[in-house]
Write a protein that binds this ligand. Structure first.
Ligand SMILES: Cc1cc2nc3c(=O)[nH]c(=O)nc-3n(C[C@H](O)[C@H](O)[C@H](O)COP(=O)(O)O)c2cc1C
Length: 387
């Protein structure tokens, strides 16, 4: 008999198996998300860097590819500023010596800036919400990469997307609006303190991500983090960080988690929106290959090292905090360098330590099926050590 895994969170989200694919920047686009949702999991779109119109377009494209539930992920502010502070305003706050170091590194690497930094800053300073659309008494909430988080959230609510996932910042300023639209609000955390805070602010489900996870990451390992977050909050907990097969999934469910949130494993899929050489890099990586760098976003980000991260390691200055460093990196390396980039030496290749386990590129549905099947078998046999 083929065993089938199902948790209470599956019922709440309307999915068959408790596997959520992580909303990784533009990598997790409609193709990957629909493949995961069609296989019975929950695919989540990575929309942080997109304009509100782009968010609407990828939501609608996903709906053409699947009629199953899916989600949208945003990296929240990190409140860049009140009153409609623009990316250009943030650019003005970048110290001259940091800009000089970044430009020297880019020149050494042979990177042509897309536009002069000054011209880009001027253009971005005028890039505000259309007149009349600003909320009285409230500032424009811009997310970590400078896009307008409030406008993005408006679209998610208008389109009645079933699930919202917020990373880094608190979901407090969007939770009520989304819940009214019928959207389940989920937050990613890296510590028990953050877990308690996001639940206080309205998160209905918490994803606890251990430090071994790819992308932005905290200090506590998954094995230590999960039981402590499970004890700290009374909402469903989803496990993340270093989960790449049925063994990790079974361990997380056995601890009491109701699903897993998987990023790195889905990078090596046919549907992931990265270049072939980036997928090959994941397949070739060992457990120790990914490193933590602040060179792109100013926050700890686990990724495969490249020329840009190595140059900042050797530079006389440390990277700036978010949001200054991502604005600087985007200006010097070309807009949206922090998202994707096709250039091998300076592309931001997020990856977690589980990359060492990955030995081939497969369709995303195969990962959903094999993880869920293996975890079900392991959990069914878990009593064998008990006398
Ligand atoms: C390439 C890459 C990009 C990521 N981008 C985002 C993102 O845009 N938003 C987000 O909430 N998390 C992002 N993450 C983190 C994932 O959501 C997830 O928490 C993490 O990948 C889980 O650990 P794992 O990589 O070991 O599976 C990213 C991870 C990777 C590997």
């Amino acid at each position: 008999m083929r065993r089938h895994l199902h948790t209470p969170l599956c019922d709440r989200l309307g999915i068959d198996v408790p596997i959520l694919s992580a909303g990784m920047g533009p990598i997790a686009g409609p193709d990957l998300v629909a493949a995961v949702s069609n296989a019975g999991g929950l695919g989540v779109l990575g929309c942080t860097s997109m304009s509100a119109d782009e968010v609407r377009a990828v939501i609608r494209r996903t709906r053409e590819l699947t009629d199953r539930p899916f989600g949208v992920d945003l990296i929240l502010p990190s409140r860049i500023g009140q009153g409609g502070m623009s990316v250009g305003d943030v650019a003005d706050m970048i110290p001259a010596e940091h800009r000089a170091v970044a430009e020297r590194i880019a020149a050494d690497l042979g990177v042509e800036p897309a536009a002069s930094a000054t011209a880009t800053a001027t253009a971005e300073r005028t890039e505000r919400r259309a007149p009349g659309t600003e909320r009285a008494g409230a500032g424009t909430e811009r997310n970590a990469l400078g896009t307008d988080a409030e406008a993005q959230v408006d679209v998610i609510a208008e389109e009645a997307v079933p699930v919202f996932v917020g990373a880094l910042g608190s979901p407090g300023f969007v939770a009520d609006r989304l819940k009214e639209a019928g959207t389940t609000v989920i937050s990613i955390v890296g510590s028990t303190k953050q877990a308690e805070a996001v639940v206080r602010d309205g998160a209905e489900v918490v994803i606890a991500q251990g430090t071994e996870g790819g992308g932005h990451t905290g200090h506590v390992g998954t094995m230590a983090l999960l039981p402590q977050v499970l004890d700290a909050v009374d909402v469903p907990v989803v496990a993340a960080g270093g989960i790449g097969d049925g063994r990790g999934m079974a361990a997380a469910l056995l601890m009491g988690c109701e699903a897993v949130w998987v990023g790195t494993r889905f990078l090596a899929t046919d549907e992931a929106g990265i270049e072939g050489w980036q997928k090959a890099g994941i397949v070739a990586a060992a457990d120790q290959s990914p490193v933590i760098s602040r060179a792109y976003t100013g926050k700890r980000f686990r990724m495969l090292p490249n020329d840009w991260t190595r140059a900042w390691e050797e530079a006389e200055l440390d990277p700036l905090p978010m949001p200054l460093q991502p604005v600087l990196a985007n200006q010097v390396l070309g807009r949206n360098a922090t998202d994707r980039g096709g250039r091998q030496g300076v592309s931001m290749n997020g990856a977690g330590n589980i990359a060492g386990l990955i030995d081939r590129v497969v369709p995303a549905a195969e990962i959903v099926e094999s993880m869920a099947g293996e975890a079900a078998e392991l959990l069914a046999g878990a009593g064998r050590f008990v006398r």
